[in-house]
Design a protein around this ligand. Structure first.
Ligand SMILES: Cc1cc2nc3c(=O)[nH]c(=O)nc-3n(C[C@H](O)[C@H](O)[C@H](O)COP(=O)(O)O)c2cc1C
Length: 178
């Protein structure tokens, strides 16, 4: 199966770089059987605002939107790495989500979040927003606290974080395989 690690901050500098490096390093180390990971970094896509591009296709859709659609479409599930902005997910990330429909359908989502309270409110917002496409969300989540788990933008992961990440990933793989 193919699973996408989706990086949902487009800022520079950003904590997302350190968080995603830790996640990808752990995924590479574990090298789970039959799981291929691909990284979808929103900063690599120049997406328009609020224009839907579903499976039906639009001849004049911008190239980056087509690439975003195809990259999401190829995945069987997702690990969202999300910051919290104004007590929800980043607006840019919600727009990127809203641009697609069928490519998300029925595919599970797990979360690694960060913020003042671990990004918990961003994940709550995501759990609501992914319902229309029947996307199951994984109950466990990795919560990283700006004040305790980072030095500046650099994450200082502990064994406890790694254990939780493993549990979240195992659940994602299990649900995606169903
Ligand atoms: C526009 C904006 C709004 C923010 N609002 C929140 C918030 O509501 N709750 C929170 O915990 N952190 C908030 N933060 C702080 C972020 O947790 C922190 O800036 C983090 O580094 C953002 O992740 P990034 O560097 O990967 O973009 C906000 C940051 C920005 C830029």
């Amino acid at each position: 199966m193919k699973l996408g690690v989706v990086i949902l901050s487009v800022r520079s500098p950003r904590k997302a770089d350190s968080v995603s490096a830790w996640v990808l390093d752990r995924l590479n180390t574990r090298a789970l059987d039959d799981v291929e990971w691909t990284t979808l970094d929103l900063a690599d896509y120049d997406l328009p605002a609020l224009r839907r591009y579903g499976q039906s296709g639009e001849a004049d859709a911008p190239a980056d939107l087509v690439r975003w659609r195809d990259d999401v479409d190829r995945c069987d599930g997702f690990l969202f790495i999300t910051p919290e902005y104004n007590r929800a997910m980043p607006g840019y990330a919600k727009n990127a989500y809203d641009l697609l429909d069928a490519p998300w359908m029925n595919k599970p989502v797990a979360f690694v979040s960060y913020g003042g309270v671990g990004g918990a409110r961003a994940v709550d917002a995501w759990r609501v927003s992914i319902q229309p496409y029947n996307q199951p969300s994984i109950g466990h989540q990795v919560l990283l606290y700006n004040r305790f788990d980072f030095e500046g933008d650099t994450l200082n992961p502990t064994d406890r974080h790694t254990q939780t990440l493993d549990k979240v990933v195992d659940e994602l793989v299990r649900v995606a395989a169903r």
